[in-house]
Design a protein around this ligand. Sequence first.
Ligand code: M6R
Length: 609
Amino acid sequence: MCGIVGAVAQRDVAEILVEGLRRLEYRGYDSAGVAVLNNGELSRTRRVGKVQELSSALETQPLFGGTGIAHTRWATHGEPNERNAHPHQSEGDIAVVHNGIIENHNKLRVMLKGLGYTFASDTDTEVICHLVHHELKTHDSLLAAVQVAVKQLEGAYGTVVIDRRDSQRMIVARSGSPLVIGYGLGENFVASDQLALLPVTRSFAFLEEGDVAEVTRREVNIFDVDGNAVEREMKESEVTHDAGDKGEYRHYMLKEIYEQPTAIAHTLEGRIAGGKVLDAAFGENAAEFLKDIKHVQIIACGTSYHAGMAARYWLEGWAGVSCNVEIASEFRYRKSHLFPNSLLVTISQSGETADTLAAMRLAKEMGYKATLTICNAPGSSLVRESDMAYMMKAGVEIGVASTKAFTVQLAGLLMLTTVIGRHNGMSEQVEADITQSLLSMPAKVEQALGLDDAIAELAEDFADKHHALFLGRGDQYPIAMEGALKLKEISYIHAEAYASGELKHGPLALIDADMPVIVVAPNNELLEKLKSNVEEVRARGGLMYVFADVDAEFESDDTMKVIPVPHCDEFMAPLIYTIPLQLLSYHVALIKGTDVDQPRNLAKSVTVE
Ligand code: M6R
């Protein structure tokens, strides 16, 4: 949610900041702004819309200065317009960018108005700059003023503050929204994601909850929540410089769909030996943590939740443990029962999803035996705060619609199934079969990608549709849910998914020629049941698109288009059937002319509640 970049350097930083914003634009893109300090002057440019609008404005009227902050916004408080765009200012002295939500902003606003401050925006953020400005009247440094100011904030923030009267430093503070310091030579940086800073540095330190840091050209001084000076480990980034480039692809989403064979191969690399998944894939002490697990509670949001839904079928079906799956925003606000020997598994591409993080913290308080995160972001909050981490190694995912992260999550969860199953009576044969299936996944996904042209043609049928229904059974039901989410997310077609056995309990009433029905039909033990459900739709005049195993004996006719999917075993079927659904949503979005990589109203990393 929102992207932050800041820099203190000897050279002009506006271009570095804007390039950083471009790389973060997937996090939020309804307005963007930059503020720089130069010889006691604070200059600011903000624009509604994408970073390109800001960049064009700066080409016409450049900003000069070696210290600056910038922000790309995903609106929470106040509609997306220029006056609500960051950076916000106080009295022309203080400028602030902020990610997160200040929950007590109304109270602070009243207090600050009472002190004579005038508000120029509808945002919660603006209270931070006036608060810092006010505290500077009684504190002798920007650092001290920010330290005191953030203590008065309730909610979540990753914030960077600069002061017109002190152009040599920026103060950054983190609570609930990630911030990373980037170390350069004679210049230092800050960002909400290391990706923003890869063109200027590869050395990073992640701030911890409650940290406040003073960043100058030569020094970075970090203080913990109690104000004690602390060191945060500096690491060299493993993310490649071009990770943020689209390469030959028209969209990041398409690139990421096509990266899946490689991403899956990467996630398996070094984690399978002698026909077994290594416990160490889940962290150093995983064997000890996982050996007595009898119940698994999975928590996630959106696409990651769908991956968890699929894993429930596997953990209960093959690993012999009970499993619940819940949306994080529900779990965190209800009383749930803790079963003995329970493992809490969070699934998150970004590792910073606010609801998932809060649910994990709650689970720790509740006394779960251990916490494990399946995550794609090294150094993220979920990775740092969980007992164990399965690092997905899917590579950076930029498209807001999650694709390769989902299939890699499925692969990771299948691996987890074998490790937990090993301690709960899974036969060696089943474990060997799953492992074999995992190893053949990259090649099978490559084959499934071969459906691209056929699906592009099929997508034409959806151009004038307003609704779609996705059907699946068993572990294909979550795949149908994921297919529906992808379609609505990027093509804005209303789509719902049902376990097809549920059709007759209500959704059948929706069926008519205007409601395309998409069915995922691998050749498994539920195939005949699924065929009956297909007949129920056909009898009501529904138009179907069936992604079916080549051997499933479906035939195209006036009411049904059958798209043959390469045969695959039951372990990899959910992953393989995901591919055509991703391609379908992509091609429908292309035809509809929507913004594939940055669909309206959404953001990649949801770091607010
Ligand atoms: O980073 P996370 O995996 O925790 O994100 C969870 C959801 O916000 C995310 O999967 C979202 O649903 C995607 N936009 C779906 O494509």
